[in-house]
Design a binder for this molecule. Sequence first.
Ligand SMILES: C[S@@+](CC[C@H](N)C(=O)[O-])C[C@H]1O[C@@H](n2cnc3c(N)ncnc32)[C@H](O)[C@@H]1O
Length: 261
Amino acid sequence: MKTQNAEQIRASVREHYAGLIASGESCCAPSNACCGTENDIETALKGKFAKKNGYTDEQLSSIPTDASEHSFGCGNPLEYADVREGDVVLDLGSGAGIDVLLASQLVGESGKAIGIDMTPQMIEKARKNATEAEAKNVEFRLGEIEAMPVEDNSVDWIVSNCVINLSPDKDKVFREAYRVLKPGGRLLVSDIVANHMPEWLKSVVSAWASCISGALPEDQYLDSIRHAGFEDVNVLSKSAYAKVAKAEVASIKVKATKPNE
Ligand SMILES: C[S@@+](CC[C@H](N)C(=O)[O-])C[C@H]1O[C@@H](n2cnc3c(N)ncnc32)[C@H](O)[C@@H]1O
């Protein structure tokens, strides 16, 4: 397959996620590293995937079933975030809304949880889930994380769950994250990285949507965060996820801070 440009990649990713919503599938695409490997398919079909990703029973029972069944992440980024009442939390690639709804409980009425997603069908589903959850302090915005529809210096925490690997311009995503965070604000991402990715696999555009082809080696991923201006860039956990051709695919949680000016 020929190398695709950024717009083609985004279109293919959007089509993939719109298709998952249209088909009513939960997270169970074979070899879809965004939400597990083939061994996990049975678990996913039983609606247990979100739990496997580190969400507790208590968290899952506090949100609409539809939101947990349409969890396409690779971790529970809020597990590592010290989100407080009154904070503004922004979720990059919010999907059906699982992390936004959980964040909304932590920030309370005086705070706000905002999700951005570029797939209209995901935004629609997330809004329905928010209505069902009777969450008043949430907002879902249609947009791309490379050009966030969010004001400068307005966010306390950015979380993201298995999304940035899908972007064809990760440097831009991290620069945008830096722009919208308040000084001292923190970034907490759960994402996919991969070492030894064969060149041919990088250009298989259909594999981007499965969180494989777009995954950077861990050191490049962390450098991209540092180059955006973040400090204290730390990997909090890492686990092997899958081996695809020669690519060693892993799930990592990274925390970084925007310095106080
Ligand atoms: C693997 S799913 C994860 C969804 C959600 N974070 C979760 O944990 O269930 C990826 C989501 O990111 C969105 N997405 C991918 N690339 C994006 C981009 N460049 N800008 C905005 N949204 C994007 C997709 O539409 C999809 O909803």
